[in-house]
Design a protein around this ligand. Structure first.
Ligand SMILES: *Cc1c(COP(=O)(O)O)cnc(C)c1O
Length: 362
């Protein structure tokens, strides 16, 4: 028997737009009269090349990527970028600055330490990563090869609302959990990277947008697969790329266009987040984790303050078709991940459930 689709609040992999899944399904066995699935195509074939170039062009257009930047479709997730970034960018001065505002930025910081002298430019660990350090708290090293930060902290539910001023020092940014959720000025960054599984495509594709002059300086021992210059030279096809995921990304980009591009996505995401934060602000039961100025539009974190009540909430929500609301083990409590593909009706339904739960548990 067919089960209707649930509201999936998972932190990642997460929801994809239903329109995208349906279109992929309709093209699954015979893509546009080719007699085969996109999964079965040679990555060097003419037909696949048009899918690949089309996805890249659409991304360039939607994110307004300037011409001096290259778009790469890689593998290994955001986590491999934690190593790839320093291996390519550190050799310049041997030093880099990191802001640690959550667990992924902590992981990036630790990984980078293998490759150079890594300084902590700022941290929010003193308050359980419930806030984002302001510009005035960034201790920047004038000799840093780059400054790294994580745009949205998926686990703690905080998001940077400003792009740090770093002078001539290139900014490297992990945008895994808020890429394509709002307009971004790509020209302010040296490297942007993101795993695909939150806002772009199935897991297995990693997007890198790099200012071209930053490539070509990797440590000599850098594996070719981890050398940005080699990936640029081969147009992400030094070896077989994650072909099907790139095709899905193209479909997701069409969907984003239909939603009014990134300005439309931003309005959609702000409206959704406001519904949940409004419930939290008027609640006597639920306690939000993030300070209000730092609230993420993508991951809404909260708790009741009583573990058994949190458990009861998650259990009852799951029974009603709101899945994956259990918070990360680092924070406990609850987390509602409301990426681009979560519809407003899912958020409204969750808000109603939260209010009803509060009524019957206070
Ligand atoms: C999910 C996530 C990661 C980890 O991504 P992988 O693709 O699993 O390596 C890294 N950074 C952020 C901000 C994330 O949200």
């Amino acid at each position: 028997m067919e089960k209707t689709r649930i509201y999936n609040f998972a932190a990642g992999p997460s929801m994809l737009p239903l329109e995208v899944l349906e279109r992929a399904s309709s093209e699954m066995t015979n893509y546009k009269g080719s007699g085969m699935s996109v999964m079965e195509m040679s990555h060097r074939s003419k037909i696949y090349d048009s899918i690949f170039q089309d996805a890249k062009e659409k991304l360039k257009k939607i994110l307004q990527v300037p011409d001096e930047y290259k778009i790469l479709f890689l593998q290994g997730g955001a986590t491999l970028q934690f190593a790839m970034v320093p291996m390519n960018l550190i050799p310049k001065t041997g030093r880099a600055d990191y802001a640690v505002t959550g667990n992924f930025s902590e992981n990036a910081f630790k990984e980078a330490k293998k490759y150079g002298e890594i300084r902590l430019a700022a941290t929010s660990a003193d308050k359980k990563h419930s806030y984002i350090p302001p510009q005035s708290q960034l201790a920047l090293d004038a000799e840093a090869s780059y400054f790294h930060y994580t745009a949205n902290n998926t686990v703690y539910g905080t998001e940077w609302k400003y792009v740090p001023e770093t002078g001539n020092i290139p900014i490297v940014c992990d945008m895994s959990s808020n890429i394509l959720s709002k307009p971004v000025d790509v020209s302010k960054y040296g490297v942007i990277y993101a795993g695909a599984q939150k806002n772009m495509a199935p897991a297995g594709l990693t997007l890198v947008i790099i200012r071209e002059d930053l490539a070509g300086h990797a440590f000599p021992y850098t594996p070719v697969m981890l050398d940005y210059a080699a990936m640029i030279k081969g147009d992400s096809m030094y070896n077989t790329p994650p072909c099907y995921n790139i095709y899905i990304l193209g479909l997701v980009l069409d969907w984003i266009e239909s939603m009014g591009g990134l300005a439309g996505m931003k309005a959609h995401n702000e409206a959704k987040a406001a519904v949940l934060y409004d419930v939290l602000d008027h609640s006597k039961l639920f306690i939000p984790h993030a300070e209000s100025e730092a609230r993420s539009l993508m991951n809404v974190t909260f708790r009741t303050g009583r573990e058994e009540l949190d458990e009861k909430f998650v259990k009852e929500a799951t029974a009603k078709g709101f899945s994956n609301l259990k918070g990360h083990r680092a924070t406990g409590g609850m987390r509602a991940s409301i990426y681009n593909a979560m519809p407003m009706e899912g958020v409204r339904a969750l808000a109603e459930f939260m209010k009803a739960f509060e009524q019957s548990n206070s």
